[in-house]
Design a protein around this ligand. Sequence first.
Ligand code: CMC
Length: 390
Amino acid sequence: TGYTTLDQGFVNTASTKSAITYIDGDEGILRYRGYAIEDVAKNSTYLEVAWMLIHGSLPTADQLGEFEEKIRRHTLLHEDLRSFFSALPKDAHPMSVLSSAVSALSTYYEDSLDVHDPEQVEISTIRLLAKLPTIAAYAHKKSLGQAFLYPDNSLSFVDNFLKMNFGNMAEEYEVNPVVSKALDRLLILHEDHEQNASTSTVRLVGSTEANIFASISAGINALYGPLHGGANEAVLKMLGEIKRSGEGVEKYVERVKNKEDGVRLMGFGHRVYKNFDPRARLVKESAHEVLDSLGVKDDLLDIAMELESVALADDYFIERKLYPNVDFYTGVIYKAMGFPTRMFTVLFAIGRLPGWIAHWREMNDDPKTKIGRPQQLYIGEPAREWPSAR
Ligand code: CMC
């Protein structure tokens, strides 16, 4: 009915109104609830930003304290979920583990999945924020064949996460404050990015009144792809390949420009940013800080910097307005922190979770929300006669 216009990839069409995040892609501006990302990243914490994204303004000290305390009380997973992890192969990709476990979480809380009950939505929010890091750390430990570590609720959110990943049963674990601060900052930089593919997925699934665990699990699967969150893993693979091949950065860039085998410069380009990605600048600063303070010398950082400078001076990238995006330098930092490559997108998912929740709730709170149901332009056969002799 009416006019149907084709907008493949939603290049021009807004799917919703939203008051959460503002982006000006030409100017390289990103704001959470009106606050510049540079200020947020410098002054806040992951959980404070999560509260702000979900509720619309900064929390008071009491509100934040109460929120942190609630999350601390929900970090444990149901003990039965341990057998869920053991049922999966050792080399299961942690993103598949993450989405499946989040989907499975809803089965433990079937009495609190009513999307119209604010109290049930609130407790599900707390459960998701508290348990996703535990699931992620279990996925990591499983891949190493090491024992799972229960959450340590005497620690901050990020320190507990680091301990669950890098601690072991035999020794005390000491958190490195530089790593902790840097990880908190990286998580903040990933917290929201308006209607990207995974957030739009969360909204689309949520528009059917599917529960929040089902919606977020779908978002995690959308994030998995290498054109979205999976790019941070793909960047590190690309840098490793360049190093191993010994062919040099220029040769690789030539291959990208010639679109050989569809190869792209991973961590470059963005649908919205056509000048620079403000997150990428902040991440690059962190990369130097973290590697310097850990005393890590990584050839891959040198290759990344060379790749960036060669690409930024090349007409192919200039004409197409392709710049490093948030994923370009994160992998080098995660690697220096000790995370295996396959965990990188999981870290992105933990970062993005508050944004997904904020969007799901914004959509759910809006009485004008309708089920998401895109149109199509049919290009198939016209009506045909069913063959009589078959
Ligand atoms: N390397 C080489 N060429 C590229 C790249 C790249 N990374 N990105 C875009 N182009 C070219 C593309 O080939 C096309 O050229 P032509 O007109 O000659 O065909 C032109 O630039 C426009 O590209 P597009 O695919 O139409 O752009 P898009 O807005 O649909 O895609 C993107 C955006 C992010 C998917 C894309 O830039 C890309 O694939 N980048 C690499 C993957 C990546 O780093 N993704 C992370 C994005 S940021 C964080 C996140 O969302 O997770």
